[in-house]
Design a protein around this ligand. Structure first.
Ligand SMILES: NC(=O)C1=CN([C@@H]2O[C@H](COP(=O)(O)OP(=O)(O)OC[C@H]3O[C@@H](n4cnc5c(N)ncnc54)[C@H](OP(=O)(O)O)[C@@H]3O)[C@@H](O)[C@H]2O)C=CC1
Length: 267
């Protein structure tokens, strides 16, 4: 059998997530937008957040006509009180899925990361995730829901150029595994996804071309991870088929985590 040149990226059945509700952070771009659109296509009522209203509005436009829906509220997830209030508002009528996707970092050798820069990245990629997840807990418990947190390929082995981000996301992995235990009898499942290189806004420009080329060259399968394939994995984890999957780091990265390492500075 010959392989199709463009493999199908959508394998889940229509209507799979009808009647469910989800919250996606960072829903206005990249992976978060693709995840939101796929969940809505499968019937979920998705609520998205992020700082830029126009980006969220763009996702809403793309979601028009899908089986589910996409609504949004701009919010900075680093503002703990605001994001906690948002979770309460969104989850008031039930919450089946939380996708902790908002995140990011700058690439720098650790010796050049200021304390403020470190704190900013840890606030975004760890502290905000705890705040949102803790606020979501009673609502997820009521619906035996799921949490998916976007991490990095190779997060458990380290990488050069983003010590702050890897430290934060390794913290999220530890939190995920701990809460998978604490909340197991509540029926709440928590997992991390580790994408390899994903060509989104941050890596799509000409200036980022060299970084992208280096990352793809360090990926044994020799290609970046399409956003649609990350989205399909999130939907799978939200579905009944993922019922017994919890406490895991699932790397969707063309074996990048087994390769030479995805380093953003030279050794
Ligand atoms: N692209 C890649 O190669 C990889 C990405 N990842 C991770 O996947 C996730 C999505 O990244 P990707 O789609 O590529 O990148 P994007 O930059 O497109 O997405 C990041 C999203 O997070 C939102 N965000 C950032 N800071 C905040 C904040 N303080 N409050 C609320 N929202 C915020 C942004 O929205 P806004 O600016 O409007 O606030 C944006 O929508 C990130 O956690 C990223 O680190 C992991 C592995 C690889």
């Amino acid at each position: 059998m010959t392989e199709p040149s463009t493999p199908p990226k959508e394998v889940l059945r229509p209507g799979l997530l009808a009647g469910t509700t989800g919250l996606v952070t960072g829903a206005g771009s990249g992976i978060g937008r693709a995840v939101s659109l796929r969940l809505a296509a499968l019937g979920m009522a998705v609520h998205g957040t992020g700082r830029r209203e126009e980006a969220l509005a763009g996702t809403a436009t793309l979601a028009e006509g899908l089986a589910g829906s996409f609504a949004y509220t701009p919010c900075n997830v680093r503002e703990t009180d605001a994001v906690t209030a948002l979770v309460e508002q969104v989850a008031a009528n039930g919450l089946d899925l939380l996708v902790n996707n908002a995140g990011g970092q700058f690439f720098a050798p650790a010796a050049e990361i200021s304390q403020k820069g470190w704190n900013t990245v840890v606030d975004l990629n760890l502290n905000a995730i705890f705040a949102v997840t803790r606020a979501a807990y009673p609502h997820l418990k009521a619906r035996r829901g799921a949490v998916v947190s976007m991490s990095l390929s190779g997060v458990d082995r380290g990488g050069m150029g983003f010590a702050h981000s890897i430290a934060a996301r390794a913290g999220v992995l530890g939190m995920t595994r701990s809460l998978a235990l604490e909340w197991a009898r509540d029926g709440i499942r928590l997992n991390c996804i580790g994408p390899g290189t994903v060509v989104t806004e941050g890596l799509a420009g000409e200036a980022a071309r060299e970084i992208l080329d280096r990352l793809v060259a360090a990926t044994p399968m020799g290609e970046p991870t399409p956003v649609e394939e990350v989205a399909e994995l999130v939907a799978y984890l939200a579905s009944p088929a993922g019922r017994l999957m919890t406490g895991q780091l699932i790397q969707i990265d063309g074996a990048a985590h087994l390769g030479p390492g995805l380093h953003l500075i030279a050794s």
